[in-house]
Design a protein around this ligand. Structure first.
Ligand code: ZN
Ligand code: ZN
Length: 337
């Protein structure tokens, strides 16, 4: 059911079947005045259920796509999956230049070694990597190529009487962008800050420390007065932005501690070995029972924590003759000094 979240702003729920995220909140800002364009934020996967929910929502709102711009917060398929179809129906697309360039460069429907080079050498068998890569929604439900007007940090957008500032929040993806309206203190958060689920932080080609970037982007949120946080998944459950940002910082601090303790227990472990020993909130008895599509997220998440330990001098990483990266702890007394 469509909900009005603020004056001229609506949330369209889009089902994400068989996905722990459950739904996407697609936001719609109704244009202001005779020539004002509408703004739609994010789309859902390229799959029938998402298409149906979005179509229904847009028709209930009486939205004319030729008078609607589409803003994509980041490159993930649950946010961009229907972009090409909406463009074909007349929508003009805006997207951050970094994520748009990554979509172009890595074309996520090619062989995984080319599309996801950052997953090489993690210690999983070739056969398991193939299975994981075949199951991830990041590849299954992507959009066909589309054009976009590129935006960057600090750019201003005007829709429905709102003055929206593009706020770069790299981490969840390298080019993730939130939209902030200072007058009404509201922020469209994409997946940068989610409230009853922790945003996935993973690894990216050409990014050395994505968790470090993510933590910096979380700390950057302190500079914004956000009364109405608008996350792309689930709800805020009445939790304030400041409280949630703190919870997320504490969460990653704890996970870093857990990863470091595992490295202290045994040196020269692969990312795969560490991931198998981490604690995960998932309905599976143990690591071997993880659905492959979730395992790949867990591997990426683990590697982002290991990379951050390496970048902050708390761990080191070397390549073994089998081609895998192996991580070891740098003893605490060496980095406390
Ligand atoms: Zn995402
Ligand atoms: Zn998402």
């Amino acid at each position: 059911m469509i909900t009005k979240v603020f004056e001229r702003i609506y949330s369209i729920p889009i089902r994400l079947p068989h996905n722990p995220l459950r739904n996407l909140n697609c936001y719609f800002i109704r244009g202001w005045g005779r020539h004002g364009k509408n703004l739609l934020i994010d789309t859902g996967f390229n799959m029938p259920e998402c298409r149906e929910d979005l179509r229904k929502g847009l028709s209930e709102l009486n939205a004319d796509l030729t008078k609607t711009d589409l803003f994509l917060t980041h490159l993930h398929a649950d946010h961009t999956g229907l972009a090409a179809e909406l463009e074909a129906a007349g929508a003009h697309i805006l997207m951050g230049e970094t994520d748009f360039a990554m979509l172009r460069k890595y074309k996520y429907d090619g062989p995984w070694r080319k599309c996801f080079p950052e997953y090489l050498g993690l210690g999983a068998s070739e056969q398991e990597m193939e299975l994981m890569m075949a199951s991830t929604p990041a590849r299954k439900y992507i959009s066909s190529p589309f054009h976009a007007e590129l935006v960057q940090n600090g750019d201003s957008l005007f829709y429905g009487g709102y003055h929206l500032t593009c706020v770069a929040a790299p981490g969840h993806t390298p080019g993730h962008i939130c939209l902030y309206d200072a007058a009404d203190r509201l922020m469209f958060l994409g997946d940068h800050v989610l409230f009853d689920i922790t945003p996935n932080v993973t690894v990216w080609p050409e990014v050395k420390d994505s968790l470090g970037d993510y933590l910096n982007s979380l700390r950057k949120m302190e500079a914004y007065d956000v009364e109405i946080p608008l996350p792309a998944h689930r709800t805020t459950n009445g939790i304030s932005m400041g409280t949630r940002v703190n919870e997320l910082l504490v969460h990653h601090e704890r996970r870093l501690g857990e990863s470091y303790a595992l490295l202290c227990r045994q040196p020269r472990q692969t990312c795969y070995q560490i991931a198998a020993q981490m604690t995960w909130k998932i309905r599976a008895d143990d690591w071997s029972q993880f659905p492959p599509g979730q395992k790949i997220f867990a591997l990426g998440e683990t590697k982002s924590h290991l990379d951050h330990l390496v970048c902050s001098g708390k761990a080191r990483c070397e390549r073994s003759p089998d081609g895998n990266w192996r991580y070891s702890a740098v003893q605490r007394d060496a980095w406390d000094r």
